[in-house]
Design a protein around this ligand. Structure first.
Ligand code: ADP
Ligand code: MG
Length: 644
């Protein structure tokens, strides 16, 4: 082994730069954090060629005195920490004293800075971390840092850079992230001379979210809740607006953008059984907790954190989001798009599909269950005639009832049965009343309109469309209910409420079920789990299992298919989480057992469904995330018929 030497500061900086400065976007992140820490209220970022040749950040923060400006570029030089104790309660974005040294070691830097009240500012030029020029300079208060020719002296790193467009895109994302982290700071980004982002810095998160997510933001649900000394604020998407990836999940802990499996899991838990599998919610969420309840010093780029109490953090996020979703009245309105001049007439009228055979609504319920179901229906809160009359009278005299478009109407306090997940007592939440998009709204987003169902107004069953959608009239609103989605949700909730083993039926003659070799083996190895799910299987040879018992609500004809799905889930590793597997199976059972679109059902059956939907506001989505009910207002129709 060769002789050991201590590395020169320059090489040490280059090594550190590898961790902190990965690409132009990471430089921007660090410089923006410094600007925020300097108390800036306005920060402008300018880049050329994706930030590779030129990158400038200007802030109006506290600036640096000449000697500080020189020290700032040394390794481990910081004004944000003094003692080891300070490390356990960090309130600034930066604290490692590494960023400027690391950036300077791989670029040319020009710095201009001036503190408040100083006669003149300081100008510094550095090359590969060494100061090559220093002078007094006239400049405004604050700091400007120009980084040129990033990685000019580390060709190996340069090779990893993508096209200017890609690097520029990453810079934009980094600025967006800081803008969402610090809504009180106005951020502007110029890319090759063109302004691509500008946030107002009013301190309102919604304004920043709007500048970045645009109209998407108006559809999001506000979150604002407390859990002991933890606070969760921000916006989350509705289950119906889920996305194919997690790219739109933005999470901050004490203002710091973080990647955290724990937070993601807590967020997604709140959407469980409301969202299609393979789809993800989007969010901009700020978790604020005491500085000593989180360790931010676990990653060089400071993007990972450790929590003192993971359980409390999980609960805060999970219940906070859940409460927000539950509170949101969510019955989207029918949309009329302005029709093109001539409405195209289809060349051949669509052939009427043959009506599938009718099956009875309660076919999969036992007598006992049917009795319970009917009793539940009877016990469901009925419209109160007196209150209803009063509300109707009010409706007639006050034309500006909140049953109108263009406004998101908060749900009034309702005597509804509590939504399924009960929030723990130490949990408090408040939903912002005004959730109208902020000032720079180019045009209204019609889809954002949601209306609560007023509980007091009597409703009337009108009929059914296409053997699929039930029409209900209530006051000045009409509701279209997807009978399959509604029934599926009701059955699913009922199955799920039964927390113990799923009740099952023994088949008169056992049902053979052929599977893949792996699938059969997996099922046989999990017989205890199958038992909980209401299945009893037996080996029959040749990759075939004999089904002896199946879940009560499941039709015999569907049993083999469900079993195959369970095998599939087991094989793809869902057995790690038993409750997920159980839920998946309950989805399938509920879906199979529910009445289908296109079936002919008698009015009594449909009325029973309507009763549930009209009295239980929490019935919003089927277990796969499709809406159960949409609204159509009298006003909308009047507008279509040019009556208003
Ligand atoms: P850290 O942010 O971890 O302290 P940096 O290397 O990023 O380390 O910065 C070193 C020091 O330089 C900071 O602690 C701060 O005092 C000073 N500094 C950096 N950027 C600015 C700025 N934009 N305005 C004022 N002071 C700054
Ligand atoms: Mg810093």
């Amino acid at each position: 082994m060769a002789k050991i030497i201590q590395l020169s500061p320059h090489i040490a900086n280059l090594i550190a730069a590898g961790e902190v400065v990965e690409r132009p976007a990471s430089v921007v992140k660090e410089l923006l954090e410094n600007a925020v820490d300097a108390g800036a209220s306005k920060v402008t970022v300018e880049i050329r060629d994706g930030g590779m040749t030129f990158l400038r950040v200007t802030d109006n923060g506290c600036g640096m005195a000449p000697e500080d400006a020189r020290t700032a570029f040394l390794r481990h030089a910081t004004s944000k920490l003094r003692t080891a104790e300070d490390l356990s309660a960090i309130s600034t974005c930066g604290f490692r004293g590494e960023a400027l040294a690391a950036i300077a070691s791989v670029s040319h830097i020009d710095l201009l800075t001036k503190t408040a009240g100083a006669v003149s500012g300081t100008s510094l030029s550095l090359e590969a971390g060494a100061i090559v020029e220093e002078s007094d300079a006239g400049c405004p208060e604050g700091t400007t840092i120009i980084v040129r020719d990033l990685f000019y002296n580390t060709p190996a790193r340069m090779k990893f850079m993508k096209s200017d467009t890609v690097e520029g895109g990453k810079v934009t994302a980094a600025v967006q992230m800081q803008a969402l982290a610090h809504p009180n700071v106005a951020f502007t980004l110029l890319r090759d001379g063109k302004q691509v982002l500008s946030t107002p810095g009013t301190g309102e998160l919604q304004a920043a979210v709007y500048c970045i997510y645009g109209r998407e933001c108006a559809k999001m649900v506000p979150v604002d809740s407390h859990w002991e000394s933890y606070r969760l604020t921000g916006y989350v998407s509705k289950p119906t607006d889920s996305r194919p990836s997690r790219a739109m999940q933005t999470l901050f802990v004490n203002g710091r953008p973080v990647k955290s499996k724990l937070l993601t899991a807590a967020l997604e838990e709140a959407y469980r059984n409301q969202i299609m599998s393979g789809k993800f919610p989007s969010c901009v969420l700020h978790l604020t907790l005491p500085a000593n309840a989180v360790d931010v010093n676990v990653h060089p780029a400071k993007t990972e954190v450790k929590f003192l109490s993971e359980k409390a953090v999980f609960d805060c996020v999970h219940y906070g989001v859940l409460a927000a979703l539950n509170k949101t009245p969510d019955r989207p309105q029918v949309q009329f798009k302005p029709s093109p001049a001539a409405s195209p007439i289809p060349a051949t009228p669509a052939a009427k599909p043959a009506a599938p055979k009718q099956e009875t609504f309660f076919r999969t319920m036992t007598t006992e269950e049917f009795k319970n179901f009917s009793t539940a229906m009877k016990d469901a809160p009925q419209p109160r005639p007196a209150a209803a009359a009063a509300t109707v009278a009010k409706l007639e005299t006050v034309p500006a009832m909140p049953l109108r478009e263009d406004k998101i109407v908060p749900t009034p306090a309702q005597p509804t049965p509590a939504p399924a997940p009960v929030l723990p007592p130490q949990f408090t939440t408040s939903i912002k009343k005004e959730s109208v998009a902020p000032a720079p709204v180019p045009e209204k987003e019609p889809e954002q309109t949601v209306l609560p169902i007023p509980m007091d107004i009597p409703w009337r069953y009108v009929g059914e469309l296409y053997n699929t959608y039930i029409i209900v009239e209530q006051g000045e609103e009409a509701f279209l209910i997807d009978k399959h989605a509604a029934h599926e949700r009701i059955l699913f909730d009922k199955l799920k409420a039964n927390q113990e083993t799923i009740s099952s039926q023994t088949l008169l003659s056992p049902l053979p079920c052929r599977l893949s070799a792996e699938g059969a083996a997996e099922l046989l190895a999990n017989d205890a789990l199958l038992d909980e799910l209401g299945f009893e299987v037996e080996e029959f040879g040749e990759n075939t299992l004999l089904l002896r018992r199946i879940p009560m609500d499941l039709n015999e004809a569907d049993a083999a298919e469900v079993l195959e799905e369970v095998a599939g889930d087991l094989l793809t590793g869902k057995q790690e989480d038993k409750s997920t597997l159980r839920d998946e199976m309950l989805h399938t059972v509920a879906c199979k057992a529910a009445i289908k679109a296109g079936w002919t059902n008698d009015e009594k059956e449909l009325l029973a469904l309507v009763k549930e939907v009209m009295t239980r506001q929490e019935l919003k989505y089927c277990p796969h995330g499709r809406p159960i009910c949409i609204t159509l207002s009298k006003k909308q129709l009047e507008r279509q018929f040019k009556r208003s």
